[in-house]
Every structure is written in structure tokens, then in C-alpha cells.
Design a protein around this ligand. Structure first.
Ligand code: FAD
Ligand code: SF4
Length: 473
């Protein structure tokens, strides 16, 4: 067996930047067998402690190496409802792969030598989809008399709904947008998250009996009290963090200055890249500046590059980030992919002012150069602007991707739901129950912007607590 990590096949940068097709191709069976064969099957597997939901990684890798793919899928599903989705987006380089014994000690991210756990997860997740392995319903007659409302159809809502529906509970999912999936649909672009995979998981949920009601904002169209009065025995809130943050600098309201949310929603959810066949347009700049260093910034920049390429505009998209590449929170593979695709980076830069042309459209961005100081509360070194270091960059489109805050439509009109100073829901960490009896929550609305797997972990915990709550009723 080869001891070298099995590299994943990817589409060539020059080809992929001209379309929205998936970049990473996935392992073949032979490659998955070869990679699983590298696992040391450690007595004390550190990788499991690196997984936010504690998947038995050692076991599912062993099952792959024994060609027991069905067994591997079921092992994964014990802790993770959507392995196909997580295998594509989980920041494994900061989690299980970083904890893998094959990562060099003290390394800030996983070493190349670490087992490619996420690619194996994706292989098995896709096997489960193609072979319709599914996880059988385990209906409980006592529970089937209950109806539960799930608000929000992001990974948290979908995961909770799936767990409850499997037990025979009637589940209605209320989603404010016209399509379900949350960030997986409106935020993460199709070249990272193919929509047929997402649709498969959502269809499967519906086959289990969950019903989805789109275009229905809870807090505007129905209140929590009305849901209870309508016969729902419990409610799960997976509202997410979809409110964009801004820098509060001059010119942020100029034309062609977008929040990443608006930009990505127009393109990913409303298919603006197919305009005029799709109805929603989006501006395509000649000099696009994306401000931020996380996954949202990276997705925005890679979408902007594709729009430039599709519209025969010379590629000119730049990330402006106030720290250095080491501190960037974005996934490492996404940074590498973006660079290969032609993205430019300006580090240690703090935007100061957007400057307009005579019609009120953004034309330039004035910035200050920064240097790194001592670490701040996030543990990362603080950027310190250098006085007198002003400089300007051309910018006829800006996309601000500096963070997201709680969706507060529901919490603002429901004062009995206790929130913290960021507007996130306060829950009992053991049960995920909010301050309102029978109302549970999970995902980004609890504790702020996180990851897909963390959202699902919380939702799974909440679903168990909901089942317990119903059983005691
Ligand atoms: P969401 O996915 O935000 O879903 C919440 C849903 O609730 C939305 O559909 C919203 O419309 C709906 N909703 C809100 N309020 C109401 C209401 N009152 N009534 C009805 N419906 C309502 N994580 C990773 O692990 N890996 C990545 O690579 C990654 N990339 C990302 C890229 C981008 C651009 C973004 C924005 C995030 C990314 N994340 C990534 C983070 C991850 O997507 C989130 O942590 C995850 O989606 C949170 O799930 P959720 O279900 O809590 O919320
Ligand atoms: Fe395999 Fe790495 Fe986990 Fe050890 S730590 S069991 S080598 S994946």
C-alpha cells in the first residue's frame, strides 16, 4: 500500500473559472481504498476528538478499507446526517485532519500527510446517495401523534427535521425564502456545493414525511404562539446568521457596494449569472474589491472572478484583508483554489473610504496599511493601522464580507425569547431549549457564525431533547 496521501482530482483552474461546475472531483473507489489503507488505526484515535460531533472516524475508515461501504455510511450517519455535504465543506484542516496523528505537532493546520478524512467522508456520503442507502425510519407509535414546527431550512433545521421525522413525528418546516437549504443554497456557490446533492438530501427528508412551507417568515406571518395554538407540540428554531455586518466607513452606501449576502444570494439563489434567462441581474465590475478573509469573502471573490470570465472581462478581483494570510479564517483549500483561479490578495489593509464618481457609483477605495500587533481576544494578532500610509485602489465594485449576525426577525417580536448581546438565542447547553418552554434552537442562531457540522451537531442534540420532551408530555 502506498504511504503517500492520495491527491484529489480537481478541474483545471483556467477551465473551471469560466463556469459554476464543481471544482473538486472526489475519490474513485480505488483511490478511497488506497487512502483508507494509509490510516494507522490508532489505539487512541486523535482524529475523533477533532470532530465537532465525534464521528467514529477510525471505524468508518476501517469499513472502507474492508469494502463495507454500507457499514461505513451507517457509521457516519450515527453522528452526521449529511456526510455528502460535510465531506465537501467541513474545515477538516482545522478539525479532524489537524488532530490526526500524522499531522506534525504544533502545525496551525493539518499537514499534507494527515489522512484525507473529508474526502473519504465525501466518497461514502456519495456512495450512500447513489445506492440510496438512507437510514431507515424508526417510527415510535407514541410519538406519531405529535406535530413539531421547524423554523429555517438550513443545515440545522434540516438535520433536526430529519431526526424527528424518522421517529414518526409529523414535521413542518417553515422557510422564509422560496427555496430550502439556507446558506447551503444561497451562500455557498454550486462550484463547492452541487445543488443535486443538496436536493437529494432535501427530497429524502420529504420522503420521510417532513413537509416544507417556503415563503413563510415566522415572526411576520405567524408568531410562536400561533404555532403552538395550531397544534405544534414543540418548535425548533434554526434561524441562522444572515444579517450582514458593515464597516461603518464613508461611502459604504454608494452604488455597486454590495454586502456579500446580497451578492451571493443574487448569484447563487436567484441565478444572476444566467441573466437575462434568469430575472435577477447583478453588477459585474472591472476592478472588484472583496473585503474580508473568511469563507464568505472567498466565495464572493471566486464568484466575481467567474462572472468576469463569463462576461469576457479581464480577471481583476482582489481580496483586501486587514491581517495576513496566516490569520485568514477561510478554508485553506479555498484560498489555494482562489489563488490558482487568478484572485489577487492585499494583506494588512484597512479600508477607510469608498470614493464616488459623478453619478454616485463607487470608483476608488482609500485604504491604510496595517502592521500586526499583539494577539486580541480571538487569539489572532491585532492589525494596527499605520498613520500616513494612505493609498488608493481602483474599485468599481465592492463586496463587503466581514461577518454575519443573527437573523432577528423572530426574536425582535418575541421578547420572551432570551437573547445575548449579539442577538443570538440563549439556550440550555444540555437540551438546546430556549427561555420559552417547548422551543428549542440550534445552528448559527446559537453562538453566532459557525460551521455546517456544528449547526448539525446542535440540531441533533436538540432533536433528542425534543423527543424526550414529547415523551414526558
Ligand atoms: P442557515 O444556513 O443560515 O439557515 C437558516 C435558514 O433560516 C435560512 O434559510 C433563513 O432564510 C431561514 N430563516 C431565518 N429566519 C427565519 C424566519 N423568521 N422564518 C422562516 N425562516 C427563517 N461552513 C462550513 O462548515 N464550511 C464552509 O465552507 C462554509 N462556507 C460558508 C460560506 C458562506 C458564504 C457562508 C455565509 C457561510 C459558510 N459556512 C461554512 C457557515 C455555514 O454555512 C453555517 O454555519 C450554517 O449554514 C449554519 O446553519 P443554520 O441552519 O444555523 O443557518
Ligand atoms: Fe487514522 Fe489519523 Fe485517526 Fe489515527 S488519527 S485513526 S491515522 S485518521
Amino acid at each position: 500500500m502506498s504511504q503517500k496521501p492520495v491527491k484529489i482530482k480537481e478541474k483545471k483552474a483556467a477551465e473551471r473559472v469560466g463556469n459554476f461546475e464543481e471544482v473538486v472531483c472526489g475519490y474513485s473507489e480505488e483511490e478511497a481504498l488506497q487512502e483508507s489503507g494509509r490510516c494507522l488505526q490508532c489505539k487512541d484515535p486523535a482524529c475523533i476528538s477533532g470532530c465537532p460531533v465525534g464521528i467514529d472516524i477510525k471505524k468508518f475508515i476501517f469499513q472502507i478499507s474492508a469494502k463495507d461501504y454500507r457499514g461505513a455510511y451507517l457509521t457516519m450517519r450515527e453522528k452526521n446526517n449529511f456526510p455528502s455535504l460535510c465531506g465537501r465543506v467541513c474545515p477538516a484542516e482545522y478539525q479532524c485532519r489537524k488532530a490526526c496523528v500524522l499531522t506534525r505537532k504544533g502545525s496551525p493546520f493539518a499537514s499534507e500527510q494527515a489522512i484525507n478524512i473529508h474526502f473519504l467522508e465525501r466518497f461514502i456520503g456519495d456512495y450512500g446517495i447513489v445506492n440510496k442507502v438512507g437510514v431507515r425510519a424508526n417510527k415510535d407509535a407514541d410519538l406519531s401523534k405529535y406535530k413539531v414546527a421547524v423554523v429555517g431550512s438550513g443545515p440545522a433545521g434540516l438535520c433536526c427535521a430529519g431526526e424527528l421525522a424518522r421517529c414518526g413525528i409529523k414535521v413542518d418546516i417553515f422557510e422564509g425564502l422560496h427555496k430550502s437549504g439556507g446558506v447551503l443554497r444561497y451562500g455557498i456557490p454550486p462550484f463547492r456545493m452541487p445543488r443535486d446533492i443538496l436536493d437529494f438530501e432535501i427530497n429524502y427528508l420529504q420522503e420521510l414525511g417532513a413537509k416544507i412551507f417556503p415563503n413563510l417568515i415566522i415572526g411576520k406571518i405567524k408568531s410562536l404562539q400561533e404555532l403552538f395554538a395550531g397544534g405544534y407540540a414543540a418548535i425548533f428554531l434554526g434561524l441562522g446568521a444572515g444579517t450582514p455586518s458593515f464597516m461603518g466607513i464613508k461611502g459604504e452606501n454608494l452604488c455597486n457596494v454590495y454586502s456579500a449576502n446580497e451578492f451571493l444570494t443574487r448569484v447563487n439563489l436567484m441565478s444572476a449569472y444566467k441573466f437575462p434567462q434568469a430575472h435577477t441581474p447583478v453588477n459585474i465590475g472591472k476592478s472588484v474589491c472583496v473585503i474580508g478573509g473568511g469563507n464568505t469573502a472567498m466565495d464572493s471573490a471566486r464568484v466575481a472572478l467567474r462572472l468576469q470570465k463569463i462576461n469576457a472581462i479581464p480577471l481583476n478581483t482582489t481580496i483586501l484583508y486587514r491581517r495576513t494570510e496566516v490569520e485568514m479564517p477561510a478554508r485553506r483549500p479555498e484560498i489555494e483554489h482562489a489563488r490558482e483561479e487568478g484572485l489577487q490578495f492585499k494583506f494588512l489593509v484597512k479600508p477607510e473610504e469608498f470614493c464616488a464618481d459623478e453619478n454616485g457609483f463607487v470608483k476608488k477605495l482609500r485604504c491604510l496599511q496595517c502592521k500586526l500587533g499583539e494577539p486580541d481576544s480571538s487569539g489572532r494578532r491585532r492589525p494596527i493601522p499605520i498613520e500616513g500610509s494612505d493609498f488608493e485602489v481602483n474599485c468599481d465594485q465592492a463586496i463587503i464580507a466581514i461577518g454575519l449576525k443573527a437573523n432577528q426577525i423572530l426574536t425582535r417580536v418575541t421578547p420572551e425569547l432570551k437573547t445575548d448581546k449579539w442577538g443570538d438565542l440563549v439556550v440550555n447547553p444540555q437540551t438546546m431549549e430556549t427561555s420559552v418552554r417547548g422551543v428549542f434552537a440550534g445552528g448559527d442562531i446559537v453562538g453566532g457564525e459557525g460551521t455546517v457540522i456544528e449547526a448539525m451537531g446542535m440540531a441533533k442534540k436538540a432533536s433528542l431533547a425534543i423527543i424526550d420532551y414529547l415523551k414526558k408530555k
